[in-house]
Design a protein around this ligand. Structure first.
Ligand SMILES: [Zn+2]
Length: 283
């Protein structure tokens, strides 16, 4: 596809931070480099790409927790009708395609049905089941597998000298180096501490501390990150890597995990009450 041989649309499927965006960047750089250099060079194409302003590469991502609006999709679809400005191809990279509004998904679908010959589309998703069926059926799906812990460790090393700290981020990111880097760069050990406090309160039947800690944590961290750390802390307890939770019964924690998984799936709706009532039922 990056050589231009494959015409059509690719859907990259994999969890956050597994390398979908990074791989796409490397592929596009190699495809558009004027010297044909796979590692990039100082040509104008590589320069524009590095600066994030390549006129033939169009990036579309949702902002914060919002869906991708039809306006930003239409803007790109209008521009790509024109021939490439400095390269032989145009690339459209659209992240989280499952988070398009109906209007934006329909606009994209129309173009995918008859794409201009000089355009290649690369779509990504963490939830392939959430992608509109008619879009998905036009894509070649490429699954991204989680990487080894050793690889994630090596990725973090230039940014975190302390091996035990790296270990914590490696475990919670489960083979996704981009996720580990994001958590590390936003200093999320304090989120982990809060989640530990939460489970200590759970163990001690201290309901007030439990709910106060949930509320406090969600004021600073996203629901998604909160649950990531819940998984991380629970995994550590079950694997005997946490000395603070020796009194907690494993069967009770397994039940907690099942409840949390259920919660995670329904986290898009009415999250405050969901957390309180569902976690209440764990107790
Ligand atoms: Zn180049």
């Amino acid at each position: 596809m990056f050589r231009g041989d494959l015409v059509g649309t690719v859907l990259l499927v994999g969890p956050e931070g597994v390398g979908k965006r990074f791989s796409t960047f490397l592929g596009i750089r190699s495809a558009l480099c004027h010297q044909g250099n796979v590692d990039g060079c100082s040509c104008s194409s590589c320069f524009f790409l590095k600066q994030g302003c390549h006129p033939d590469v169009h990036w579309i991502s949702p902002q914060d927790d919002k869906d991708i609006p039809v306006g930003s999709v239409r803007d790109v679809l209008d521009r790509i009708r024109l021939r490439p400005e400095v390269s032989k191809l145009r690339f459209v990279f659209l992240e989280h395609v499952d988070r398009m509004t109906d209007a934006s998904a329909n606009a994209l679908l129309k173009t995918l049905e008859e794409p201009p010959s000089h355009v290649r589309f690369i779509l990504t998703t963490e939830r392939p089941d959430g992608v509109m069926g008619t879009i998905r059926s036009r894509c070649l799906e490429v699954p991204f597998r989680r990487l080894s812990d050793e690889f994630v460790h090596t990725t973090l090393k230039p940014f975190e000298p302390e091996s035990s700290v790296r270990d914590t981020y490696v475990r919670v990111s489960s083979g996704c180096p981009g996720l580990a880097l994001r958590l590390l760069s936003s200093g999320q050990l304090s989120c982990r501490d809060k989640v530990e406090k939460l489970f200590l309160a759970l163990d001690q039947q201290d309901i007030v501390t439990f709910f106060t800690t949930v509320d406090e944590t969600l004021k600073t961290y996203t629901v998604k990150d909160f649950f990531l750390w819940c998984w991380g802390v629970l995994s550590d307890i079950l694997e005997g890597k946490s000395i603070r939770f020796s009194k907690v019964q494993v069967t009770k924690l397994v039940k907690s995990i099942e409840e949390l998984e259920d919660l995670h799936l329904s986290m898009h709706t009415n999250i405050g009450y969901q957390i309180k009532f569902r976690l209440w039922s764990i107790l």
